[in-house]
Design a protein around this ligand. Structure first.
Ligand SMILES: [Zn+2]
Length: 278
């Protein structure tokens, strides 16, 4: 009997909402082929657009995804897209992956063989809606009238957000990161929407480093998706630290071998893209 498996069922951490409002969690992937490899080397695609094309080629158009277009995949939450990249890597090239992490203490590149099947994935419960994130900053933002704003209501980024900011990544990674966060802010204290849109990135730059860290942690620690933060131990100096497994090396051996790696190396690394935390 032929046991060949061509389609692989996966369960999205969040799920996507179809035009009728129904949330779907089950999708089917097939292995990457030469068509998708060509996508990795397409210099016209930004990081976000590349992930959309890659997933569109490997998601099996059946069931609720039968009429799937580019917009459908762009509309997926980044957490689901990153999870799909992980699963795509596993079914196409296997679970084991050579990763390297720079040691923050001595600068040595620490090589680790990671088992991608062991990465923790936080999922919403079946039927559990994705709730808005709420966060209170310590210092907050003081506007021109002297009013201090500290309470944030946030949502999670989607592929559409990635596609919007990823052309900025190569030139100004911090600006790209701020632009992405800005798109995820639904409400910031009593600031009118217009002020947020007009001064958005400037407002984020005015935040203290402590508040910016709180904001990043809010996205990373309390949200569904794959936890790409790995414990690493440096053989050269003995330091233990946390490294972020770099998605951009999932399909390409070595460092920076393709435009894909260059376009994605800063973002999207995790669902929101902050660099390694030590
Ligand atoms: Zn070291």
């Amino acid at each position: 009997m032929d046991n060949y498996q061509s389609e692989f069922e996966v369960r999205l951490p969040i799920g996507y909402r179809d035009p009728d409002g129904t949330v779907h969690r089950r999708v089917f992937l097939r292995k990457m082929r030469g068509h998708e490899e060509a996508v990795l080397y397409d210099p016209t695609l930004s990081g976000g657009a590349l992930v959309t094309e890659l997933l569109r080629g490997c998601l099996v158009p059946r069931g609720s995804l039968a009429r799937m277009g580019r917009d459908t995949v762009s509309g997926f939450y980044s957490a689901d897209r990153n999870y799909l990249l992980l699963e795509l890597r596993r079914i196409t090239l296997g679970d084991l992956m050579e990763a390297t992490y720079p040691c923050p203490a001595c600068g040595a590149m620490v090589g680790v063989t990671e088992d991608l099947g062991l990465l923790p994935v936080r999922r919403l419960e079946e039927g559990e809606p994705l709730s808005e994130l709420r966060l209170t900053l310590e210092d907050g933002y003081t506007d021109r009238k002297g009013v201090r704003h500290t309470d944030l209501t946030l949502t999670l980024p989607t592929g559409t957000d990635e596609e919007f900011v990823s052309p900025m990544v190569a030139k100004d990674p911090l600006k790209a990161q701020d632009a992405l966060m800005l798109r995820c802010i639904l409400k910031f204290g009593d600031l009118p929407r217009a002020a947020l849109e007009a001064y958005g990135v400037k407002i984020l730059r005015d935040l203290t480093l402590g508040d910016r860290r709180l904001l990043q942690e809010c996205f990373n620690d309390r949200t569904p998706g794959v936890d790409f933060v790995r414990p690493v131990s440096c053989g050269a100096c003995g330091t233990d630290f946390s490294g972020v497994l770099d998605l951009s090396h999932f399909f390409v051996a070595g460092q920076g071998g393709t435009g894909y790696a260059k376009r994605c190396s800063t973002w999207p690394t995790t669902s929101t893209g902050p660099g390694p935390r030590s």
